[in-house]
Write a protein that binds this ligand. Sequence first.
Ligand SMILES: Cc1cc2nc3c(=O)[nH]c(=O)nc-3n(C[C@H](O)[C@H](O)[C@H](O)COP(=O)(O)O)c2cc1C
Ligand code: SF4
Length: 693
Amino acid sequence: MRDAKYDILFEPVAIGPHVAKNRFYQVPHCNGGGYRDPSAAAAMRGVKSEGGWGVIFTEQTEMHHTSEITPFIELRLWEDKDIPGLRRMSDAMKVHGALAGIQLAYSGINGPNFYTKEVPLAPSALPIRTFTNDPVQARALDKAEIKDLRRWFVNAAKRSKIAGFDLICLYGAHGFGIFQHFLSRATNQRTDEYGGSLENRSRFAREVVADIRDAVGDTTAITMRVSLDETIGELGFSNAEVREFVEMNADLPDLWDLAHGAWEDCSGPSRFKEEGAQELLVKGIRELSTRPVVGVGRFTSPDVMARMIRQGVLDFIGCARPSIADPFLPKKIEEGRIEDIRECIGCNMCITGDMTMSISRCTQNPTFMEEWRKGWHPERMNAKGDSQTVLVVGAGPAGLEATRALSVRGYDVTLAEATTTLGGRVARERLLPGLSAWGRVVDYRQYQISQRTNVETYFDSRLTAEDVLAFGFEHVAIATGSHWRRDGVARQHVVPMPIDPAMTVFTPDDIMAKAHGETIAGKTVVVYDDDHYYMGGVMAEVMAKAGAKVILVTPSAYVSDWTRNTLEQGAIHVRLDDLGVDIRLNRGVTAIRAGEVETNCSYTGRRNVIGCDAVVMVASRLSEDALYNDLLARKSDWADAGIKSVKIIGDAAAPAPIAWATYAGHRYARELDTPDIGDALPFRREVTQLEPA
Ligand SMILES: Cc1cc2nc3c(=O)[nH]c(=O)nc-3n(C[C@H](O)[C@H](O)[C@H](O)COP(=O)(O)O)c2cc1C
Ligand code: SF4
């Protein structure tokens, strides 16, 4: 039974002609699958419906072919042919009583149209504003084209209705949707009745809402998504102007959906943003309109959610990432199972699926986007197979997830951990600056395992092959993790680089174990980052905070290059710059000598030397696979020991981000005792239907 203090979250709220059954509102979020994987995306939304969300939205949907955002894979509603795929999604959303919403996006100044080859159209003629500085400019819409665009919105709204959606969200946030392009003085420099005053800049939004209302307003609610502040300085659509806009157009949409800034601002990672970070920007907007308001803020705490409603800040709790990490979040609150909530850790790995045009992963929820492809459910496991006992060696993210999921399947699991703590790399990394929320990967699993009678955990248990053979478990999962290399092997160097032992070289493991001691203050430390994800930047931060003079050297053109995919690269650069880190981009390290490192330009190879006292080597990692190899060497003894299988998983198999480890642990648990599928593809996929030649 739920706690009465959360009752307020379960009140029904009207949105236009519809009533949401509760205040849990899954705001639009993409998933890397989009139009390429329609059934996978639909099944993912269906699971959220089962998990109790009152409102569930699609990701942004390109509503006309004259504006698209290739290479990113979202949804498309260009013609009637697109309706059945979307219908599958709305049907899935509605199975358990959620309202189904579609977000219509016309990308204007944000759409380079690489696929359709159409000339981009926007309020003003300016270069296309994308992550990749595409060499394309938009043409300013003339009056006839504005009329066309209004009609295209109506066409899309009619198709949305046929596709079964209850709500239409007009996208005007994150710099991505044309409504913002009209509203902002930065992107709207028109001198006609659509430009200039706020009233004029609002005209397009007013016209489109009126047109859609005429066409489908009796059955379909209209929501408008704007950013709380464009965060681009004086010319931008500021928080003050947003308030003026809402007041001026108080009853325009059926609901105000308040996102924030650019996507990087709105989906800020936990390293840089706390839960509910937008509260001050959103406070008071609700009073300016009679319409309900939804806002976001990586809400995972039911207490914070209830407070947002009680204090009149919001009417709906908007969630993207928390709904990905735990699609059953509302249901768990409703059933009084707060401790079962799998809280989002704010790592933004889910966003990388979109940024890399692959398919999304979630560090906390390995079943995300595998609901249809693999038939994985976030709360239910497949039935147990024939065997009974499993030994999991290593309690890092892979071992913990394997243990949790195997125990839910009904196996008797023994978890052997070499140290005295659970969590492996996460136990260490959660202590690094900004990464404490990542500890939830451990906390969630530790609690779940503690509730099960079929798991036994042993600490201080560094096992040998002899030990494992002596135990005689039917199955053995080796999840022994990895460690950072000291020899520089990564991308620049595929064999060890020349390193004089007279120079102190730390690895991130040393720093996390505090092996650098107190002696670092005042010293000059070169952090060499050839890993390119977060660790190099974090190490520079740790060293700078310890009082060292830090020089960050990386062969890439960006600090922590890969974090562009997690939308935090800019914030990392700013943080390091604020800490006084000397950032040297496009430079590798060719040799480490006593008192200096030799660097080279990534392009010309020209070398120079930096004098320093120590180096932090952020290169690549080595799998801890000795136990696995020892067991393989004794394969002939397995049968006598009662061992049916030994498998290596997670970083021990191949080091990768934490999300790969939880996925590997989950996959191991799912696939144990299942039939060998041989050379067959291990997931379902959809192939584009061929038209006649
Ligand atoms: C993977 C992912 C994809 C997103 N895609 C969209 C999108 O298609 N349209 C949109 O308006 N916002 C999108 N967003 C932003 C979210 O709707 C939301 O405003 C933001 O993530 C903050 O909410 P949260 O803290 O609950 O994640 C996306 C966010 C994520 C994490
Ligand atoms: S990938 Fe990370 S940020 Fe995204 S939902 Fe999962 S835990 Fe949260």
